[in-house]
Design a protein around this ligand. Sequence first.
Ligand code: PHE
Length: 494
Amino acid sequence: MEQALVNAPPEHSDTSFFGHPRGLATLFFTEMWERYSYYGTRALLILYMTAGLQTGGMNFSVMKSGAIYGFYTAMVYLLSLPGGWVADRIIGQQRAVLFGGILIAAGNLCLASPSLAAFYSGLALLIFGTGLLKPNVSTIVGQLYGPNDKRRDAGFSIFYMGINLGAFSPLIVGWVGEKVNWRLGFATSAIGMLIGVVQYLITSKYLGEAGRHPTRSASPEKDRSQKRNAGFLAGAGVLAFVVLAALNSRGTIHITAVSVSNALGWVLLAIAIAVFAWMILTKGWSTTERKRAAAILVLFIASCVFWGAYEQAGSSLNLFAERNTNRHVLGYQFPASWFQWIQPLFVLMLAPLFAWLWVRLGKREPSSPAKFSVGLLFVGLSFLVLVPPAAHTGVSPNWLNFAYFLSVVGEMCLSPVGLSAMTKLAPARAAGFVMGVWFLSLSIGNWLAGRAGSLFESMPLPKLFGISGVVPVLAAVVLALLIKPTKRLMSGVS
Ligand code: PHE
């Protein structure tokens, strides 16, 4: 008996957080507070930008606000790519999470101050902070478990609960922002992130060696050249920024929020093309790896379309809640941003149900492309049900509630499935990179969602919601037809 204990692998020994290592609690609460701040701020963002000066808003047009919203949310996820790299190669995940949290708190405090320059700097800090924190906190979760530890998937499920508990924040942040003062709302987000950072500082000792040090790539030579390239890229980025800002202030060119957001759209497209050209066309990959890369491309496109609809929760649907929905209950008008915690509520309710369903289906469990197709169908339906009320004002809140229910059913079929499909399809030596590809699809989706929000006033709503519904439904049909060939490309991975 004693002998068995001595021989037990050390990774199984810590079971102090619901049977999981104590470090999982540290990461659970860090990510919970980060998502609290992210979704709290996001819930207010487009409402604050479009609100008139008399209500303390920024009085931006809907077109401009949607462009900024799309730019901001797309950049948050795009910067997860360099954020992951910086942690891997230079500072380690643990420090990346700490610095990220501090930047996020600072960013929200900037949003809480009145000047326009502070507003834009605040968004920039949030972009960099989230890019450092979000991908790396998940990576440390993975590192808490040894390679043979069966608790890993369950650990991620618990972590996912933390994400969605945090996403309830519009309940508080939204109320403060809309009912008391917009900028105080952002301060409320900052306080949450600060609590998260303090909690992290006190309890990060439980993480042990997980994510403490950067890893070295196979050869020091390669390591150095990677760092040189990264330095070059960062330098080129800063230089381009300075030159464009100078030309703009001299009046040579006229940079607007909309033009910056448009440019980002092209950059995202170029990155996606470059990534897949590299993964499918270049030498150095085996045939199986290339085929799998083609399968990743199919799922990637589906994911972009999915998030392009889903993430409109914070843009067009947020405006729909504010302007077209009857929010009076027992004589009290609740804030529009309160609709923002309906999705995480459904996630918490449906996630265990779906986990059970997939197990229950056993051998009949659908393949990843099939689940993706169902996910697209549901997110499309979530917009199609909003077409009838779209032309009206004062509509019942249940339209939105029902739409959010459908979109979360879609999320259950696509989001967790996508993550695990990426890990299985990725060549081992490019696992982190492929995870980045998944974040890139989120980035593109968020950009699309911002664009759709921009059109809230200039396009009739039934048409905007109709297009947002029909595109994913069509994508679902195309993907359904592609299930067989995609499965063949996946060569052995289900
Ligand atoms: N709701 C998810 C979250 O906030 C959305 C997401 C999925 C973001 C995957 C990034 C990656 O974490």
